[in-house]
Design a protein around this ligand. Structure first.
Ligand SMILES: *Cc1c(COP(=O)(O)O)cnc(C)c1O
Length: 384
């Protein structure tokens, strides 16, 4: 039988599964506990921390789209990342990108300081140096996050996975920035995929959630054991809302990307813009690898304004249809100043090393009318 595609999987998940009333949409099971038919016979579900039918509809749909054998839905993206950290043995070595999500950086740094894990942050943009480091320290886990934030650098999942296999290391990929519609790391050799479903998957900026998906049955058993053990599993209501978001993910990603491409073009042709970072641009350093491993270039980009902070302040004061806020992936366009917002905890030297200048602006394109967004950008640029 021909495998059904992502948009069909998301549309069909749980439909017609209600045996009691035949509701088309699967019901929301908020119940914390479930009845045993008889003593000594464990039902499919007994207690919602361990398992819940509403959560499983989302887990199964996400797993199918990513090409996994199963998934655990967690209460946040950070809970999914903590879950992966918790399946490792004491003192296990982990290699992470130096420019990973701030919360990931803080979590693994704290676990290192407590003497729980041996952590190495490196520049994974350098493939040869990454492979050398893998050979050298033989890590238990290599963490990838691609494209990176906020400069959208892409690392080669397939090449790093191949090196990891030789060293007997696991590969986990944070796939939040592209969503499972635009990138499927398991198909490129990864063992675990993590999402902050808070972003594109829910897509409506009203649920905090996460997921860890794997294509390895043994790893799935471990993830499920530790998710229940640590109490990291997501709530049924959040899963219901997130499933509602997932149903339209493919459609939304198309519009996010359409808007991103249109705005990137406007910015690329404006003299007040020094540089635009979007892997869809042929001259972006990661264009070729992004084209090879991604199903699209996504809805995130950043750019540098000429004139530094004063120009940024003026620009932000004029812009109307983009909300000044952190986070990404919602239906609403967001604009952010990494230097003072998402990357504020970094020292000035670390910011410089990561390429985050005072003039850098990051945009998460929403679903608004393309022309309205273009007009808005043009007017704000004129006023600088
Ligand atoms: C937001 C985010 C996270 C953390 O997810 P939460 O749902 O906020 O806990 C992890 N990784 C990336 C890339 C993110 O953008």
């Amino acid at each position: 039988m021909k495998k059904i595609k992502n948009d069909t999987i998301a549309s069909r998940a749980g439909i017609e599964s209600d045996k009691q009333y035949g509701s088309v949409i699967p019901p929301l099971y908020l119940s914390t506990n479930f009845v045993f038919d008889e003593v000594g016979h464990l039902p499919e579900y007994d207690y919602t921390r361990c398992g819940n039918p509403t959560r499983d509809i989302l887990a199964n749909a996400l797993s199918e789209i990513e090409g996994g054998v199963g998934a655990e839905i967690t209460s946040s993206g950070m809970a999914a990342i903590s879950l992966v950290a918790n399946i490792l043995d004491l003192n296990a070595s982990v290699i992470l990108p130096h420019d990973c999500y701030g919360g990931t950086h803080r979590l693994f740094t704290s676990l290192k300081e407590k003497g729980v894990l041996d952590i190495h942050f490196i520049n994974q943009g350098n493939l040869q140096a990454t492979i050398k480091k893998i050979d050298e320290i033989k890590p238990a886990l290599i963490w990838l996050e691609t494209p990176s934030n906020p400069l959208l650098q892409v690392v080669d999942i397939q090449a790093i996975s191949a090196a990891a296999k030789l060293a007997n290391a696991l590969i986990a990929v944070d796939n939040t920035f592209l969503s499972p519609v635009l990138q499927n790391p398991l198909k490129l050799g990864a063992d675990i995929v993590v999402h902050s479903t808070t972003k594109y998957i829910n897509g409506h900026s009203d649920v905090i959630g996460g997921a860890a998906i794997t294509n390895n049955q043994e790893l799935l058993t471990k993830l499920k054991y530790w998710a229940n053990n640590l109490g990291l599993t997501g709530s049924p209501f959040d899963s219901y809302q997130t499933m509602r978001g997932l149903r339209t993910l493919s459609l939304r990603m198309e519009k996010h990307e359409k808007n991103a491409k249109a705005l990137v073009e406007v910015l690329s042709n404006n003299k007040k813009v020094a540089k635009v970072y979007y892997p869809g641009l042929p001259h972006h350093e990661s264009h070729d690898i992004a084209k090879k491993q991604q199903n699209g270039f996504g809805g995130m980009f950043s750019f540098e304004l000429e004139g530094g902070l004063p120009a940024v302040k003026k620009f932000f004061a004029e812009i109307k249809n983009f909300a000044l806020a952190e986070s990404l992936g919602g239906f609403e366009s967001l604009i952010c100043h990494p230097y003072t917002m998402t990357h504020a905890p970094l020292s000035p030297e670390e910011k410089e090393a990561a390429g985050i200048s005072e003039g850098l602006v990051r945009i998460s394109t929403g679903l608004e009318n393309t022309d309205d967004l273009i007009d808005d950008l043009n007017i704000a640029l004129q006023k600088i």
